[in-house]
Design a protein around this ligand. Sequence first.
Ligand code: C5P
Length: 284
Amino acid sequence: MLRARAPAKVNLTLHVLGRRADGFHELDSLVAFAGCAADALAFRPSEGLALSVEGPFACAAGDVAGDDNLVLKAAREAAARIPGLRLGRFSLVKRIPVAAGLGGGSADAAAALRLLAQANGIAAEDPRLVEAAAATGSDVPACLVSRAARMTGRGEGVAPLAGFAPLAAVLANPLKPVSTPEIFRRLALKPGETRSETTAAPDAGLAALVAARNDLEAPARSLLADIGTGLEALAQTEGCRLARMSGSGATVFGLYDDQRSARRAARALRAALPGWWVMPTMLR
Ligand code: C5P
């Protein structure tokens, strides 16, 4: 049995540069990965391809072990590119909230590709795996790298941030799923339309992060008022340097100077936002 962690992704910044002719949006985003919020994936090579799902968020998205689960999609995309790839049985423990802007499904898919590579004696950097990642979903190439990186294009451009200093953070989610396509639709960009302003922060220093933004925050807030509530509650916690939404929401996060402040803020948030999922973590 082989095992892999699938850490949650946080978009520290997310600038939408325009809408492409194929409907996808051109992005420029700094992402980092959570030390404490992660799904767990196990793999046993065998004939065929199967998936079982358990854990606190196993039931959150309906038929989470169904055919469109990104673990199965990633495995099929890899098998289509790598002749003779031995597949098998995956078991997934879902601890990351679903449809939450944390790339949980993408992290699972990337973990599946890493496990398939390991089981088949394929290098993790094999271009066929990277292609399979991009074909599985926009966030999967970044999740394959699974450390702080700048994401460009639809998500296929991934440049690790050398010398990224880990950030103490608190993640908070109201446990209400948000549809990513719906949030992008609300931006209402026309095919081929570009935005002139905007490049993401060139580095992940706090001042640069503060100067940047998440362009999906306004459309997501217009859909779900809890996002505004969460951002305001975060901003009020002691030592909060930045409060922002991740991905297309609804997860919001705060950044703090150290782990102690983040843990203290998490305690305050659990009291302020009953029923929310709240997780202090290092982002790296
Ligand atoms: O690639 P993925 O399947 O994760 O994307 C989900 C949806 O998010 C897409 O169908 C699209 O509506 C939107 N999206 C986008 N531009 C991106 C990434 C995602 O418009 N770069």
